[in-house]
Design a protein around this ligand. Sequence first.
Ligand code: 5GP
Length: 182
Amino acid sequence: MDTATFNKRIKRVVITEEEIRAKIKEVGKQLSKEYDGKPLLVVSILKGAFVFMADMTRELSVPHEIDFMIASSYYEGTVSSGVVNIKLDLAHTDISNFHVLILEDIVDTGRTLKDVVHLLKGRKPLSIKVVTLLDKPDRRLVEFNPDISLFTIPDYFVIGYGLDCGEFFRNLPYIAEYNTEI
Ligand code: 5GP
């Protein structure tokens, strides 16, 4: 993609870098209190949550381990396929001695997280909690609610801060609305 097209695709900034940073600080404090003294495993769902993971874990003042999963319910582009694939599983083979905190970029239909939580619950962690950066509750197709949502947004396609369209735009430091009109 050339730079001119890249820039044209960014319709408007929806959540600024400063707003994201402030909210992550606030939630980081809350989670640090909650998990103090507990064995904690922070799991992020790649690729979209990699920036959120990096920023959120640095606001956690309590000791913790990290791990990753690749799970997706999306085809390339903006339309949900409705199929969830676990492409990469956790490196931790036994999570039964951990409180698991899942960090997700966005909850849309809810399918990915519902399946991931179900899968991980089966491995009997001490507890399991989901924190999502963004939530689009209007788009929900299955019953699933994250424990904490940093921002709730209406039904439009967003990019940036780890979120892509066709693998581009993950590097934007803010959340933007994607311009579908060009
Ligand atoms: P769900 O299973 O909840 O429908 O889908 C969650 C996944 O869909 C997210 O992790 C994300 O990868 C993708 N997704 C949903 N909405 C958006 C959006 O507005 N922008 C981008 N870039 N990805 C989205």
